[in-house]
Design a protein around this ligand. Sequence first.
Ligand code: AKG
Length: 258
Amino acid sequence: MSCLSAADWALFDAQGFLRIGQVADTATLEALRTRIDDIMLGKANVDYRRMVMQLDSTDGVYESAGPQSHGFKGATFGYRKIEQLEADPLFLAYMKLPVFEEVARRFYGNIAIAPFRAMFMNKPARRGTFLPLHQDRWRALDRDPLITVYTALDQATPANGCVEVIAGSHHTVLNPAHANGFLTADMAAKFDDDPSRVQLTLEAGEVVLMHNWTIHGSGVNVTDSPRRAFSVCLMDAATMSRRYNRQAARCVLFEARE
Ligand SMILES: O=C(O)CCC(=O)C(=O)O
């Protein structure tokens, strides 16, 4: 039986994003939060050499966040981003939930589907880095990943730097020349007072499906609690990286079906 209806998909197609509610039970959500905290503190039984870990900026400026590179960078809750969480069994089990396979197959059909990235995004308490408006696309890939499954691990609000999206912006790539889909400052300024700008205030555990071309960004966290999220971008497992001249996938999440 399908978890999502034709009406859900019609709304997704119109908006470029869709809230699908809570997917994990409370215990699973708490386990994911504990696991990511343990990973940040260096206490988790994971291969840290496989994980891309980036420290948050100290001034909120995107360009001054730490390098995005493999390996542990100290026991701190001050990480901005941790990638390759498919290497952690708990996060991997969550990514494999049937509802996410249904979502992935809606975009890719019965082929093998892989995570392009399985990423923790953090706005540490009283910290965070301003994330400028962008679309999730990478010129180095020979085809665009189409769908991201975004799970709020904590409640997300404007005060703690929730994601903002431009509804209906997913039909065109605005700045195809940029390697990572970022808008120019002039392009971004046009959306300052756009009525389609939506702040994604989310409950802890709430899941949002995002078309990869939906323009989005996020602010900083002025509260005393972290705003943690888990974002999984799914792609055709055959996607090639032109930079490395090999398949971009590190693993297959959903095998091709007969
Ligand atoms: O959580 C955030 O602040 C941004 C996440 C994001 O850009 C993404 O998941 O693609």
